[in-house]
Design a protein around this ligand. Structure first.
Ligand SMILES: [Zn+2]
Length: 216
C-alpha cells in the first residue's frame, strides 16, 4: 500500500500516520524525519540542506525531492509506505507521480483527515503549556480550572502558536496550499476523506475502513 496522508494542523496527522503505518506494516515517512536523518547522518544532501537551514532559509524543493527519492529507494519502502508532509503542492505531486512511474509504481490512495476549523481552534487554542516542566494541558479535555500544572505546580501559559489568531492564520495558509493538491488527487480518483473528529482510536478505525477497499 502506497499512500499519502494530508490534513490540517491540529488534525492529529502525526499520530494517525504512526498508527495507520503500523496497522499496515509499512514505514511512516515524514519529511521531518528524512531531514533529521540526513542532517544527523551527515549525507551530502543533509549538509546541503543544513546550509539553507542555518541561514534560516527554506530548503529548496530539489533537495527535499532528492531526499524523498533516496528514502523511497530504501529496502523497507519497497512494499509500501505512508508519506506525511510530502507532497506539499501540485508540482511536488507531479514529481512524485513521475518518480513512482519510473519504478513502475503508483500511489494507491491519498487519505485526507477532515476536521472543521472551529474544532481545530478548540483543540489547539485550549492548550496550555507548563512553564516549568513543559507538559501540555487542555482547558476542556483535562478540565483545567486553574492555571497551575497538576504535575509540578508550575504556571501554565498559552504558546503564541496556540493563540486563536495564529491557529486561524495557519489554517488559512494550509487551505491555500493544500486545496489545489486535494483537488489534483480528487481528479486522479485516489482521494478519500476521513472524519478526524473524536477519539484517536476511532479516527484510526475509520481510516483503516476507508483504506481497506484499496488494498490489493
Ligand atoms: Zn509542570
Amino acid at each position: 500500500m502506497r499512500l499519502v496522508l494530508v490534513g490540517p494542523p491540529g488534525a492529529g496527522k502525526g499520530t494517525q500516520a504512526q498508527f495507520i503505518a503500523s496497522n499496515l506494516s509499512i514505514p511512516k515517512i515524514s519529511t521531518g524525519d528524512i531531514f533529521r536523518a540526513n542532517v544527523s547522518g551527515g549525507t551530502e544532501l543533509g549538509k546541503l540542506a543544513k546550509t539553507y537551514m542555518d541561514r534560516g532559509d527554506l530548503v529548496p524543493d530539489e533537495v527535499t525531492i532528492a531526499m524523498v527519492r533516496d528514502r523511497l529507494s530504501e529496502d523497507d519502502a519497497q512494499d509500501g509506505f505512508l508519506l506525511d508532509g510530502f507532497p506539499r503542492n501540485v508540482a511536488q505531486a507531479e514529481i512524485l507521480r513521475d518518480m513512482l512511474k519510473e519504478w513502475g509504481l503508483a500511489l494507491d490512495l491519498v487519505l485526507e483527515l477532515v476536521v472543521d476549523d472551529d474544532e481545530v481552534v478548540r483543540r489547539l487554542a485550549g492548550r496550555r503549556t507548563c512553564s516549568q516542566c513543559g507538559r501540555i494541558w487542555h482547558v476542556d479535555f483535562d478540565d483545567k480550572k486553574d492555571d497551575r500544572c497538576d504535575a509540578c505546580g508550575g504556571a501554565l501559559f498559552q504558546r503564541d502558536d496556540d493563540k486563536e489568531e495564529t491557529v486561524r492564520h495557519r489554517l488559512e495558509v494550509y487551505q491555500q496550499q493544500t486545496a489545489p493538491l486535494v483537488s489534483y488527487y480528487a481528479d486522479e480518483d485516489i482521494l478519500v476523506g476521513v472524519d478526524a473528529t473524536g477519539p484517536v482510536e476511532e479516527v484510526t478505525r475509520r481510516a483503516m475502513e476507508a483504506i481497506r477497499p484499496y488494498m490489493a
